[in-house]
Design a protein around this ligand. Sequence first.
Ligand code: KIV
Ligand code: ZN
Length: 511
Amino acid sequence: MITGKGVPFFYDVTLRDGNQALKKPWNTGEKEKVFLKLVNLGVQGIEVGFSGASEMDFEACEHLANIAPGDVVISGLARTLESDIQKVYDSIRNAKKPRIHTFIALSPFSMKFVLKRQPKDVQKIAVEACAFARELLGKKGSVQFSAEHFGDSKNNLNFVIETFEKCISAGADVINLPNTVERTRVSDFIEMVKKVARVIGKYCTIAVHCHNDLGMGTATTVESFFAGATQLEVSLNGLGERAGNTNLFEVAVSLHNSGVKVPLRMQEIYETAVFISEISGVPIYEKAPLIGPDALAHRSGIHQDGTIKTMMMKKGAYRPIHPTLIGRDSGDYIGFTSQSGKTAIYELLTKAGLPITMHEAVYLQPFMKSLAEKKGELSIDDMEQIYFDKLFNIKGKIQLIKFEEVQGGKIHKYRLHFIYKDRHIVETGTGEGPIEAVIDAINRAGFPVSLVHFHQMALDEEKSGARANAITVIKLKNKETNHEILCRGMSRDTRKANINAIFNGLNLLFK
Ligand code: KIV
Ligand code: ZN
């Protein structure tokens, strides 16, 4: 059941909170590129900068407000100083939906030790700032007030709410509740959001702005939505001060998974994330939810088994979403380590174009595991090497030295030279085809086998390299015991591939 208040309003702060935390903040050109990505993603509001921070940021805010689509709210951030508020107004006034966003801390700690002011004075400053912003905007646009460090205001919440009421009376339309430094438990924060929503929710939009210092930004933001906050302040790739702001992608997907209608083009997420990483110089860490290179990787046998069984399904055994939801075309990734199992061997080699049965995968597993124990995750080349060594080159008591095609045409005659338990054997056989002739020679040499199944396939150039261009797969039966085995041979010469397969089979049948 969806208990959130309507449709979430995604208000992105990458260009402000994200930008202010970069080692090299973006210039106007770079900001425009990010801005266009946000528009493409379909966010409803964009904080374009801190207009008073520098001449460069002022220009960027002005430029982005000029090019903004008419349906997107464009805001600039201002301290409660008139000069800051004026700068924001001057820079974003041309947007169709301008917003002045002003803030001051209302937490006991910040008022005492940072602002060094009495609460009543701080409240007055907040209210006057909202009034001034409203005066500048007139009827056009909105005013947002943020109580910085709201998460620290559990003990003076009534004072904070009273300040909000006064700010609303002075012209604020949006009241933002920041968890400026994440040190409040999710459930405590949610209780505070609920109380604010109960008292003033009818008169304004409630926003939350969570930082991610303890890694719970997404949880707090998502739960705040269900507690009555509709404006969700987020950033691309979670960029922002310290450990960052709440990640837009995680919130969007989490709400989507909870049945909420998410007003974003979610299939743009992955490409946007990669772009943001490049332009910000902040790499996407390997394990980052949804967008990390490893976020869809499965290495344990149990997970690989479940993953492979549900790979084509919308819901996968071990993933939060189908990757195409966020535009990731690479599906689940299976990597083979010492923790992996037969299903991974089967899947990876089949995907690489190499025929294998589950029975053979079981046979290869100890060889693969033992290499992986030394090496870590195996590359597909490592796995192919083991596959060819162990399935195509079976070392046993029977070793082919050479074969001769004595006669072709209607009746084929083949002579085999091979070693069996140190004995050199030469035997000739005949048949309607070359394979029949070879099997006949083997029977005459005292090995009672028959051919049950034969299949030959060409190996693509890339796979075969100098090794082979034909693979033969046969099923050979011991006529005395009726025991059947599957065996393989490969060679650049198709006849040799067949004979290699038969000798590999003999070594499996007569150990
Ligand atoms: O984290 C914070 O408190 C802020 C405010 C300015 C909204 O970024
Ligand atoms: Zn912030």
